[in-house]
Design a protein around this ligand. Structure first.
Ligand SMILES: *[C@@H]1O[C@H](CO)[C@@H](O)[C@H](O)[C@H]1NC(C)=O
Ligand SMILES: *[C@@H]1O[C@H](CO)[C@@H](O)[C@H](O)[C@H]1NC(C)=O
Ligand SMILES: *[C@@H]1O[C@H](CO)[C@@H](O)[C@H](O)[C@H]1NC(C)=O
Length: 581
């Protein structure tokens, strides 16, 4: 064999080896986080969001309801770290933490631990505190700047400019009651700018009614269905920004889950307005969905209906010299039943279950008559789509044809998967389809997996498997958080099951034409299906699992790759090592 021949064989073998390498998540440390008084209690509100400082190897976790911040020390081990300390916030002066983010901009004056707080009962506008990053877990928490007030009330998500010169804060503007009156705060996107000295400047990003409308962004509420609150709600007021992420080029992406849209703005260019992108609908005639818990268990079928993707959580990353956005897509249905004493202030529901939908709605002539008849038959059966929520808004966006006073297509909620978006034009290049649900019907699924299929946490005394199949009608696998990292050239995406916990792993490689090629690598879940959540929690192992994952972090340090899942319901930080095999 010639030298080139040998080389060719060797290169071919290497390629086969690369293609065959498998991404594996190995369960490692599992920390039950304490309340601020030091007790470990199931579902005590001690963990929602997290941020990691790669210089000090400290992981910060904030717990909203317990008003606490956990300091986890990862200096000695990334895979088996230790809980060092819990810091209690002051509910009156600071409020309750919504999000936490670390930034190290390269200059000592630009290093911050940012925490957004909402005030008790939303009595006042929200605040952001900029603290000094701790060097050691025991260091005092020192505020560096004046407390910055933001326009919004519920600053659920924050993200830094890469140089730490700006912090983007998004507030949803959820309706709430104040002194017996309904308050419907505007959504807001604030940009905070830490100045030399103590000051923090703020600019509030304007929303454009015409830009939103021309981008065909979905409007959910125009007014309450019933109730004493009769004010009209504008398209801008209806926006609900719930998550923000900033990419390496300082483009911010603002997710508006219930509106099924993403706003995109360049932080370097504050004069160019935000652009709005409709995330479109998923066609379930080419995928399989489980639509009922009364159909004898795992039973997935294609349906002639669409669902709104509804991105809830996202990561931005560079791969093959391009910026991508990976979004976790899951249902968010707007429903309100807001009262003050015996007065109903606002009742609203954008959806209605299939069995009810057919009673007051019909299909337009744009739909094939056979399909329409089948859909109606399916919706009249609780074993098919009778309990699935469908959109009942009379808007063009949601399929309503105002000329025929009927629907041209049927819309349900949530992508039940994740999407890969080309950030340059916000087009979707990949959709995980039905993999997160059909995995459970595959030979790879274990009996322990199947036992908790589409189950969810309902009460501490219920077994983890007790509500098996129950979420089939609303969220299915409920992807609530997503993280990504690159291991030796393979981009790995990890997606959380927000109901029963567990992580789905995917890999992205490039095909011959340079297009991303996504492969499903597997599912792993900690937990013990037969135990009740409460009994599992008191055991010394990881039997409680990670119900209600709200945040997912990818930590890379000295060649080690670790994924941390933050379980809101269990109050746990769960660590996995990611490896190529
Ligand atoms: C009606 O339900 C069956 C069973 O789930 C499904 O296979 C079929 O595709 C549905 N029909 C339509 C038109 O969606
Ligand atoms: C990456 O993309 C940029 C902009 O398209 C281009 O200028 C640059 O040469 C590319 N770099 C590589 C390594 O391909
Ligand atoms: C990446 O490749 C290097 C060199 O082949 C190897 O030593 C290392 O273990 C790999 N890292 C992972 C996480 O697989």
């Amino acid at each position: 064999m010639s030298v080139t021949g040998v080389l060719q064989v060797w290169v071919a073998a290497l390629l086969v080896h690369l293609a065959a390498s498998k991404v594996v998540l190995r369960p490692e440390g599992f920390l039950k986080l304490p309340t601020y008084v030091g007790t470990t209690t199931f579902n005590a509100g001690v963990a929602n969001k997290a941020a990691y400082d790669s210089v000090t190897n400290l992981l910060y976790v904030v717990g909203h309801d317990n008003d606490v911040m956990q300091i986890i020390n990862m200096k000695d081990s990334l895979t088996n770290p230790v809980h060092a300390r819990s810091i209690r916030f002051d509910p009156l002066n600071q409020g309750f933490p919504n999000d936490v983010k670390v930034c190290r901009g390269g200059l000592p004056t630009l290093e911050f631990l940012a925490i957004s707080f909402e005030t008790k009962n939303n009595l006042e506008q929200a605040h952001v505190h900029l603290y000094q990053l701790l060097e050691q877990p025991g260091d005092a928490l020192v505020r560096l700047k004046t407390v910055a007030t933001v326009e919004g009330y519920d600053p659920n998500s924050i993200a830094w400019h890469k140089d730490c010169t700006e912090l983007v804060v998004v507030s949803q503007g959820t309706m709430h009651v104040l002194n017996g009156e309904l308050v419907d705060p505007k959504p807001s996107v604030d940009v905070l700018i830490p100045r030399l000295g103590l000051n923090v400047d703020r600019r509030t990003v304007p929303f454009s009614e015409t830009a939103i409308t021309s981008a065909r962004v979905r409007q959910v509420m125009t007014k309450c269905d019933t109730g004493s609150y009769t004010q009209l709600i504008s398209h801008v007021e209806d926006l609900e920004p719930n998550f923000v992420v900033v990419d390496d080029d300082n483009i911010a992406y603002v997710l508006m889950q219930s509106n099924n849209a993403i706003g995109r703005m360049d932080l370097q260019d504050p004069l160019t307005p935000m652009s709005y992108h409709n995330m479109g609908r998923k066609d379930w005639s080419q995928y399989k969905m489980d639509t009922s818990y009364e159909d004898g268990g795992i039973n997935q079928n294609p349906h002639s209906m669409t669902s709104l993707y509804q991105p809830a959580h996202a990561v931005a990353f560079k791969f093959a010299n391009k910026t991508w956005l990976a979004t976790a897509d899951t249902a968010n249905i707007r429903r309100h039943n807001i009262r003050s004493g015996s007065t109903t202030l606002c009742n609203f529901d954008e959806s209605v279950v299939g069995a009810t939908w057919t009673r007051s709605n019909t299909f337009s002539s744009f739909m094939d008559a056979n399909t329409a008849a089948q859909l109606k038959t399916n919706m009249s059966s609780n074993a098919i789509t009778g309990r699935l929520p469908f959109c009942q808004l009379k808007t063009f966006q949601d399929g309503y044809n105002p000329l025929q006073l009927s629907y041209s297509y049927l819309t349900t909620y949530g992508g039940r998967g994740w999407s890969l978006i080309d950030a340059s034009d916000m087009s979707r290049v990949y959709d995980s389809g039905d993999i997160m649900e059909t995995y459970f019907a595959s030979s790879a699924a274990t009996d322990s997996d199947k036992a908790v299929y589409n189950s969810y946490y309902q009460a501490p005394q219920s077994a983890q498997s007790q509500y098996v199949d129950r979420t089939s009608i609303n969220t299915g696998p409920n992807p609530t958080a997503i993280a990504t990292g690159n291991i030796n050239g393979t981009q790995v995406v990890v997606v959380a099951n927000g109901n029963i916990g567990g992580l789905y792993t995917f890999s992205i490689t490039l095909d011959g034409s340079g297009a991303p090629q996504v492969g499903f690598e597997g599912f792993i879940r900690r937990g013990s299906p037969g135990l009740t959540w409460a009994n599992a929690y008191v055991r010394s192992d990881d039997a409680v699992g990670e119900p209600g994952i709200e945040d997912l972090l990818w930590i890379e340090d000295e060649g080690q790759h670790v994924v941390v899942a933050i379980s809101k319901i269990a109050g746990v930080a769960s660590f996995y090592e990611v490896q190529l095999q």
